[in-house]
Design a protein around this ligand. Structure first.
Ligand code: GLN
Length: 482
């Protein structure tokens, strides 16, 4: 197989046996990027010299020694631009490494290339990037999903072996599904967010996108763990997330949440997901129906809480400390107003306005407090379900990749892209999307994702289930046409 088509763990073996040198890997990626990037536009920037320098020093005996990983542009890599795909941060450079980057480097990995995203991670199509849209490598007229769409498109087009993304309401899993990758959202608190530009702090979580479940487990091994710089990171003993990958599904109980099989799911998505579920049964899992009765409130609750948190988090972008600054302001207020007016895109402004509204006096109790209460009910639904089952299975996204431009003037329809991923973040549990087949739409073969959800801190079991499915289903051998 071509060097750029390998999984991370296959590449690791080649590096360790010295069949391939880390420098060759970076060079192969660079050649590929030069060929396909004009069509895919998954990346915002990259530093080839720095990557080659790290490759020359790489210690291939380390857990991720010499393995290049692309990084969503919301995560600080010291010295590199970190724009969050926003004009307001277009001149900003990261003064330090995010904890996940420091940990990747300590494990021997090479952060290479920064991936495009929706501005401040707000979106489901990557079209909200202030710089350019990203095209889906399976059909260049369609979106790769979002907000980690650049990460997913880079992995699918073989411009990267694996990437880091962030998931606030589905932003790792939905693009992974739409691009035919594996995407893992770890439990809230499993991975430090120090150095991730915050969108909604009670929901954000960093995780990997890759070509296989094993690759995701390897990356999680490197980035997970308590960090004194992020008080929400959990102080739990270190685990080897690869240790149960080969144990199969036999004897495990997997719940099918009936609220996730609603009208409006693309029939081809539904049929691929149902086949996936049938395969789990054949692998020896016991499938049972469960109910998560408050699911229907998840999208509404999310858009109150996420926007409220975003309006507070984004207040720091005022032109004083970071990024661009309006020229010749008349006074301080004019300086703030014009910097934000010129620096933020439409969707970001929409969210700040919504978030400020739900937090304002008179509305705070009616919206924000009430949403927090419903969030508790959603969390309890999952707690109850996980008393009886080891994991849940459902679609990742109701649709396959949609056309660029198709939902741009219909924000509500765009918000529904995450209808099956949002509750996971509200409950703080973990979830993974794995490819489960294809739909054919207007002549294009488009990937479909199957989602498994696991209880908090049960990534090891979740990865075991996903890996058993992935190996049996064999979709991994399929690569995008580009
Ligand atoms: N698409 C959702 C949103 O627009 C989720 C984004 C995310 O997970 N970062 O908010």
């Amino acid at each position: 197989m071509e060097l750029i088509s390998l999984t991370l763990h296959e590449l690791q073996r080649k590096l360790q046996s010295k069949e391939v040198h880390p420098r060759e890997v970076i060079e192969a990626l660079e050649t590929r990027i030069t060929q396909v990037e004009p069509k895919v536009q998954a990346l915002l920037h990259r530093n080839l010299e720095e990557a080659l320098r790290l490759a020359d020093q790489a210690d291939v005996s380390l857990p991720l020694g010499g393995l290049p990983i692309a990084i969503k542009d919301a995560i600080h890599v010291q010295g590199a631009p970190c724009t969050c795909a926003s004009k307001i941060l277009s001149t900003y450079r990261a003064p330090y490494d995010a904890t996940v980057i420091a940990r990747l480097k300590a494990a021997g990995a090479i952060p290479f290339s920064r991936t495009n995203m929706d501005e401040f991670a707000m979106g489901s199509s990557n079209e909200n990037s202030a710089f350019h849209a990203t095209n889906n490598p399976w059909d260049l007229t369609r979106t790769p999903g979002g907000s980690s769409g650049g990460s997913a498109a880079a992995v699918a087009s073989r411009e990267a072996y694996a990437a880091l993304g962030s998931d606030t309401g589905g932003s790792i899993r939905q693009p992974a599904a739409l691009c035919g990758c594996v995407g893992l959202k770890p439990t809230y608190g499993r991975v430090s967010r120090y150095g991730l530009i915050a969108f909604a702090s009670s929901l954000d979580q960093i995780g990997p996108l890759a070509r296989s479940t094993r690759d995701c487990a390897m990356i999680l091994n490197a980035i997970a763990g308590k960090d004194a710089k992020d008080s929400t990171s959990l102080d739990v003993p270190a685990e080897d997330f690869t240790r149960e990958l080969e144990l199969g599904m036999k004897g495990l109980r997997i719940g099918i949440p009936k609220e996730y099989f609603i009208e409006g799911i693309d029939p081809q998505v539904l049929s691929a997901v149902e086949k996936g579920i049938q395969q789990c049964r054949e692998l020896g899992a016991e499938l049972v129906e469960v109910s998560l009765p408050h699911t229907k409130y998840a999208v509404g609750v999310y858009y109150i809480l996420a926007t409220a948190e975003a309006s507070a988090n984004l207040a720091c972008f005022d032109g004083v400390r970071y990024g661009i600054r309006a020229s010749d302001p008349k006074n301080l207020l004019d300086h703030y107003q014009r910097t934000r007016e010129e620096g933020f895109g439409c969707e970001v402004k929409r969210r700040i306005i919504l978030g400020t509204y739900v937090l304002s006096s008179g509305y705070y109790d009616a919206y924000y407090i009430r949403a927090q209460k419903v969030r508790t009910l959603i969390r309890r639904d999952f707690n109850k379900a996980f008393q009886h089952v080891d994991a849940l299975v459902c679609p990742t996204s109701p649709d396959v990749a949609f056309r660029l431009g198709e939902r741009l003037d219909d924000p509500l329809r765009m918000y529904l892209a995450d209808i099956f991923t949002i509750a996971t973040n509200l409950a703080g549990i973990c979830g993974i999307s794995v490819p489960c087949g294809f739909a054919t739409v207007e002549g294009s073969r488009l990937p479909v994702g199957l989602q498994f959800l696991g209880n908090a801190l049960e990534e090891t079991k979740l990865l075991r289930i996903a890996n058993a499915y992935e190996l049996a289903a064999g979709w991994r051998s399929q690569v995008a046409l580009i």
